[in-house]
Design a protein. Structure first.
Length: 42
């Protein structure tokens, strides 16, 4: 069992990281879609 403070700081670090990973993945998907559109136009 972890003490309260390291656990809370760990959660505080991991929860935004999960949201950040989700937004990064979403941006990568949108960038790939834009890249496909650009390649089809070119």
């Amino acid at each position: 069992m972890l003490p309260v403070t390291p656990l809370s700081t760990h959660l505080a670090k991991t929860l935004p990281n999960r949201f950040g990973i989700a937004t990064i993945a979403y941006k990568n998907v949108s960038v790939k879609r834009v890249g496909k559109i650009v390649t089809t136009i070119v």
